[in-house]
Design a protein around this ligand. Structure first.
Ligand SMILES: Cc1cc2nc3c(=O)[nH]c(=O)nc-3n(C[C@H](O)[C@H](O)[C@H](O)COP(=O)(O)OP(=O)(O)OC[C@H]3O[C@@H](n4cnc5c(N)ncnc54)[C@H](O)[C@@H]3O)c2cc1C
Length: 238
């Protein structure tokens, strides 16, 4: 969906019952000062949840933003989203202000499927915006007995967030430009063994980091790559 529309078109989109569902905020938790987890309640019966799919939320008169569902339970009608409150954008401000009992509409999830269950080893890279995808894929990785590894690049104040979210098999890296450096990436443990040669690589988060990681993988002929940049410096509403 386009992230910016004229107000009349945004009004029509938000009212479109074929894609938007009424939801209510059940509870909000700040996992860190800039990571907010929100549980919503509503009728999820029409929603199709796939790893990599995202829902859109209207965050202003004219703008929509994409967010991944971290957890869902169709029977109980609840879904969780983990938001990066980065403070630079209209979406971030809107989400920061959401509180219990607030009502809004959330779209049915759609987008790019990122999980290929036929591959035994799964490698997942991302940043704060990828934590929801990580939480949604973890139960599947466990259930299907995959070997898996998460790499996160996170702001210093978020280094303990994966632990607080119950993630496992993860390594946290600083954001100090490391994933913008192909040489540095190619020296990571995942490249020091042939074990990960045929893994499924799921790369999301910052566009530049995703592109650099992808290029490094391609140059080493690592085949199965699913990637999608979630945000780019200076660009509104990817
Ligand atoms: C498929 C998909 C799934 C996504 N899932 C999630 C999710 O589960 N949780 C989540 O928090 N985000 C998620 N995102 C990313 C989110 O949609 C973007 O970060 C979006 O730009 C936020 O909108 P905004 O209005 O806050 O900022 P914008 O108005 O889009 O951008 C304003 C400024 O803020 C900067 N900016 C945007 N995002 C960030 C950031 N994360 N950190 C630092 N600076 C930023 C931009 O570069 C720009 O300069 C997802 C994106 C996609 C495409």
């Amino acid at each position: 969906m386009i992230s910016k529309l004229p107000k009349w078109a945004a009004d029509l989109t938000e009212k479109a019952s074929s894609i938007m569902t009424d939801m209510k905020v059940l509870e909000t938790v700040y996992v860190s000062p800039n990571i907010k987890k929100i549980r919503f309640r509503g009728d999820l019966s029409r929603m199709n949840f796939q790893i990599g799919y995202a829902s859109v939320i209207r965050v202003s008169d004219t703008e929509f933003r994409n967010y991944s569902v971290a957890y869902h339970n169709v029977y109980e009608g609840i879904l969780d989203i983990i938001f990066h409150i980065h403070g630079n954008g209209v979406g971030s401000l809107y989400i920061d202000a959401l509180k219990s009992e607030d009502e809004l509409r959330i779209s049915i999830p759609r987008g790019k499927k990122m999980y290929n269950g036929t591959i035994q080893r799964q490698f997942i890279f991302g940043d704060e915006t990828s934590l929801g995808l990580a939480c949604s894929i973890l139960p599947i990785l466990r259930k299907n007995k995959h070997q898996y590894q998460f790499y996160f690049e996170l702001d210093d104040e978020n280094h303990n967030v994966p632990e607080l979210l119950g993630l496992e098999n993860y390594t946290v890296f600083s954001k100090k430009n490391t994933f913008r450096n192909q040489q540095w990436i190619s020296e990571l443990p995942v490249f020091n063994t042939d074990e990960w040669d045929n893994a499924n690589f799921i790369l999301t988060g910052n566009v530049k980091s995703v592109q650099t990681f992808r290029k490094t993988l391609k140059e080493r002929s690592r085949g199965n790559i699913s990637s999608q940049g979630y945000w780019l410096e200076g660009k509104k509403g990817l």
